[in-house]
Design a binder for this molecule. Structure first.
Ligand SMILES: CC1=C(/C=C/C(C)=C/C=C/C(C)=C/C=O)C(C)(C)CCC1
Ligand SMILES: [Fe+2]
Length: 588
């Protein structure tokens, strides 16, 4: 496994042509752009954890049936400082490091004496975010790095804190149909408060001057939720959205801010400042995007750890959401390089299996009961408590004939979920709190993706990596949430990456399209390759093998060429004609 994890990967700076077997659909034109850790040692020093590795960007450009591969290390300040010092001088998730005494680049790292939160790394190794016409490499700190999606060059270093008060932000933003970005982050001990902040970055800005064109300058806070505890906010890696709501899980996997503030002094990593509190609950926050306020009911479930939300949607007065859940935080433990490199089979057996779970949250619970089914939306919004009671009374006296709209005086202990698409339950408790219990759908999957046109909406298919006894994917999976059946692709000595769905132009069915996945091979006779599957049947359409040092990556996106040709057709932007407000095609 050393071959996959511990070894530094060589960059492929010049695009290399791949050997294509099979037939790439003619409509598939664009670039699969991905990110992940590629360098695990610098000089004599080694990172401890796989999530520490220096970001290596790579891309497969697909044009007229041909594929070109290239890769380049993100030229972050962290990368430059490390390379210059010929050792690790910047702290990452699982490795505490100290700045080179002669250099002052990360001088703020020592600010623990005067500030609670030290400066974090800009080694953006997790994902790629699209923001208007710009692309950024992302991690979970306050830094993102602008990149050129064609050349993989590193551009501006952006500090989120310039635009919104967050010390941490997720690497998994959401996008609406117009390409506006919705993300969230944590603001730590700011003005005596620790809170979770949801913010929007517009896709386009109507400004006239070039400077005003930066969408980040138009970032808008759209809701903040106070953390239950000032000094131990939850850690979260992603969140969910429906058409009208945001789902945020305040889980009992927490950051200890006091431990973080003293980590440099104590010589311990950030990872050691995170802990799972199995005695605690997981709180489910549902935020109404129209009012920008949380739904007042307290929803909760058992302790769990979620890294990836899969999708969510609204159905008959409920928010239904799917996540990959763990019983504890042991996943992060498994990715210590020492576990991955020696006695791999023994050390990386999962104690907690990533499980696809479906939750349902009833939206209109009050102390009088619960509104189910097709209670008209306008009425839900405008009915006051008094008229609600009256309405309830009227309905009880005169129940609607087809039973489609009704109010129900829910008994304590009764299940408030009556939607057809799940057996998940939500039990009303004496104090008005609601205890949600999920339906278990599938065990042993991670890195979930969907057809993003269905994000926030009812959907049927999940594409994911199948993980069996270890956290390293061995197969790609298509899971049908309706029939609960699955299709799989796998091959000896092949280690697949997160599968990305690309829709056929003018697609009718949700699964009309292809799956792209970069496959790392541990068979010396077999080159690594880009796999192209028919998303409907999960049969191989083509593979593009490359003579290059492919790394196992984390996340990325597909940029269809329509976007590029639109860019080319747009005349060069001048000071005067920068008013264009045209929406962009979004491919998350
Ligand atoms: C550096 C740093 C962090 C980095 C976290 C990372 C890099 C997490 C990666 C998670 C992944 C890849 C999960 C996959 O499911 C924290 C803890 C946010 C805060 C302190 C500074
Ligand atoms: Fe992730």
């Amino acid at each position: 496994m050393e071959i996959i994890f511990g070894r530094n990967k060589k960059e492929q700076l010049e695009p290399v042509s791949a050997r294509v077997t099979g037939k790439i659909p003619a409509w598939l034109q664009g670039t699969l752009l991905r990110n992940g850790p590629g360098m695990h040692t610098v000089g004599e020093s080694r990172y401890n954890h796989w999530f520490d590795g220096l970001a290596l960007l790579h891309s497969f450009s697909i044009r007229d049936g041909e594929v070109f591969y290239r890769s380049k290390y993100l030229q972050s300040d962290t990368y430059s400082a490390n390379i210059e010092a010929n050792k690790i001088v910047v702290s990452e998730f699982g490795t505490m490091a100290y700045p080179d005494p002669c250099k002052n680049i990360f001088s703020k790292a020592f600010s623990y004496l005067s500030h609670t939160i030290p400066d974090f790394t800009d080694n953006c190794l997790i994902n790629i975010m699209r923001c208007g016409d710009d692309f950024y490499a992302t991690t979970e700190t306050n830094y993102i790095r602008k990149i050129n999606p064609q050349t993989l060059e590193t551009l501006d270093k952006v500090d989120y804190r310039k635009y919104v008060a967050v010390n941490l932000a997720t690497a998994h933003p959401h996008y609406d149909a117009a390409g506006n970005v919705l993300n969230m982050g944590t603001s730590i001990v700011d003005n005596g408060r620790t809170k979770y902040v949801m913010f929007k970055i517009p896709a386009t800005v109507p400004g006239t001057k070039k400077k005003e064109k930066n969408p980040l300058k138009h970032t808008e806070v759209f809701c903040s939720i106070p953390s239950r505890s000032l000094l131990s906010p939850s850690y979260y890696h992603s969140f969910g959205v429906t058409e009208n709501y945001v789902i945020f899980l305040e889980q009992p996997f927490k950051l200890d801010i006091l431990k973080m503030a003293t980590a440099y002094m104590r010589g311990v990593s950030w990872a050691s400042c995170m802990s799972f509190h199995r005695e605690d609950k997981t709180y489910i926050h549902i935020i109404d995007q129209r009012t920008r306020k949380p739904v007042p009911t307290k929803f909760y479930t058992d302790p769990m750890v979620v890294f990836h939300h899969v999708n969510a949607y609204e159905e008959e007065g409920c928010v239904v959401f799917d996540v990959i859940a763990y019983e504890d935080s042991s996943l992060y433990q498994l990715f210590y390089l020492a576990n991955l490199n020696q006695n791999f089979e023994e050390n990386s057996r999962m104690t907690s299996v990533p499980t696809l779970k479906r939750f349902a949250v009833p939206l209109h619970v009050d102390k009088f009961g619960v509104i189910c089914c097709n209670f008209p939306a306008h009425a839900q919004d405008s009915i006051s408590r008094t008229s609600l009671v009256l309405y309830q009374w009227t309905l009880r006296k005169h129940p609607s004939e087809d039973g489609s709209s009704f109010l129900q005086n829910a008994e304590v202990g009764s299940n408030l979920i009556k939607v057809p698409s799940t057996r998940a339950t939500a039990l009303k408790e004496k104090d008005g709190h609601v205890y949600c219990q999920p339906e278990v759908l599938y065990k042993g999957l991670e890195l979930p993706r969907i057809n993003y046109a269905h994000n926030g909406k009812p959907y049927r298919y999940i594409y994911a990596a199948e993980v069996q006894w270890s956290p390293i994917p061995t197969k790609i999976l298509k899971y049908d949430v309706l029939t609960k059946s699955s299709l799989k692709w796998g091959e000896e000595c092949c280690w697949p990456a997160e599968p990305v769905f690309v829709p056929t132009p003018g697609a009718k069915d949700e699964d009309d399209g292809v799956i792209l996945s970069a496959i790392v091979s541990t068979d010396p006779q077999k080159l690594p390759f880009l796999l192209i599957l028919d998303a409907k049947t999960f049969t191989e359409l083509a593979r593009a093998s490359v003579h290059a040092d492919l790394h196992l990556d984390l996340h990325g996106l597909f940029i269809p060429d329509v976007d590029r040709s639109a860019e080319k057709q747009t005349p060069a932007v001048t000071q005067e004609d920068e008013n264009s407000d045209a929406p962009i095609t979004q491919q998350a």
